[in-house]
Design a protein around this ligand. Structure first.
Ligand code: ATP
Ligand code: MG
Length: 251
């Protein structure tokens, strides 16, 4: 694989009527790198993911995967090329079992690594074991709790053989211990050539996980740098961290 970025956004914009939900955002993520995206509610983080994954059409700019422009490709085509995502709201096939959800993902495996002779069923069980859901295989996915649903979403996203993994608030609604377990899963799944972009409000988790952070505000890029630099940045503290810290302290 090339040594260039796995995923690039080049001046990406998305308008809804008069609202510039995403305004000229650019970033690139290298193989094995984790980019964190933070910002106040409504900053445009999820909309940016929607544009990258193809769930909504860009108003401007380009999305580039492994050097190829995919801005006009369908969601299906982007999945096939290696863009996988999880959603802020739990999204699993609710009426199917946990195993059936995973089988759907493994049967669409984009690429089989050299020597991977596993059947889709074996690959599905391996991924269920990886995310800790082996014992839940026969349960109905719609009846899972928040943590198990999030683990299933992460597992099915990974099972497609992604090159770029987009995670939309993977720690939202989780307990302290569940956050630790999820961080460990994300760290272990970042292979040499997987690029991860992670939207998250849980600062402690994001700053320990991310190599770099992009702060969005009113759709635009407000800051980009290391987690340590972000935590020290006066402007970031003013528009984002300050209010969150006050809210968290009050709770
Ligand atoms: N389909 C849509 N139609 C119209 N406006 C939209 C649509 N989707 C998002 N928006 C608007 O775009 C802006 C950005 O929303 P978005 O969901 O991307 O923010 P976010 O940063 O993910 O926020 P949060 O932290 O609350 O998840 C908001 O003002 C939102 O109301
Ligand atoms: Mg969002």
């Amino acid at each position: 694989m090339s040594a260039g970025p796995v995923l690039e956004a080049r001046g990406v914009s998305k308008s809804y009527g008069g609202l510039k939900a995403v305004n000229d955002i650019s970033f690139s993520v290298m193989p094995g790198e984790i980019l964190g995206i933070v910002g106040p509610n409504g900053a445009g983080k999820t909309t940016l993911f929607d544009v990258i994954s193809g769930h909504t059409r860009a108003s401007g700019g380009e999305v580039v995967l492994d050097g190829a422009v995919v801005t006009d490709a369908s969601v299906h085509d982007r999945t096939r090329r290696g863009i996988a995502r999880t959603f802020q709201q739990p999204t699993v096939a609710r009426s199917l079992s946990v195993l059936e959800n995973m089988l759907l993902a493994t049967s669409f495996r984009r690429r089989r690594p050299e020597g991977d002779e596993r059947s889709s069923l074996e690959a599905a069980y391996d991924m269920l074991a990886f995310v800790g859901l082996e014992s839940r295989a026969e349960e109905t996915a719609g009846l899972l709790g928040v943590f198990d649903t999030k683990r299933l979403m992460l597992g099915t996203a990974l099972a497609s053989g992604a090159r770029a993994l987009l995670l939309d608030e993977p720690f939202g609604g989780l307990s302290f211990g569940e956050i630790e377990l999820t961080m460990d899963l994300i760290r272990r799944s970042r292979g040499e050539d997987l690029a991860v972009v992670c939207i998250e409000h849980v600062m402690r988790a994001l700053t320990s996980l991310a190599d770099r952070v992009l702060v969005m505000h009113h759709g635009a890029a407000f800051f980009e740098g290391s987690p340590e630099e972000m935590l020290r940045d006066e402007r970031v503290i003013e528009v984002y961290l300050g209010s969150r810290h006050r809210r968290e302290a009050a709770q």
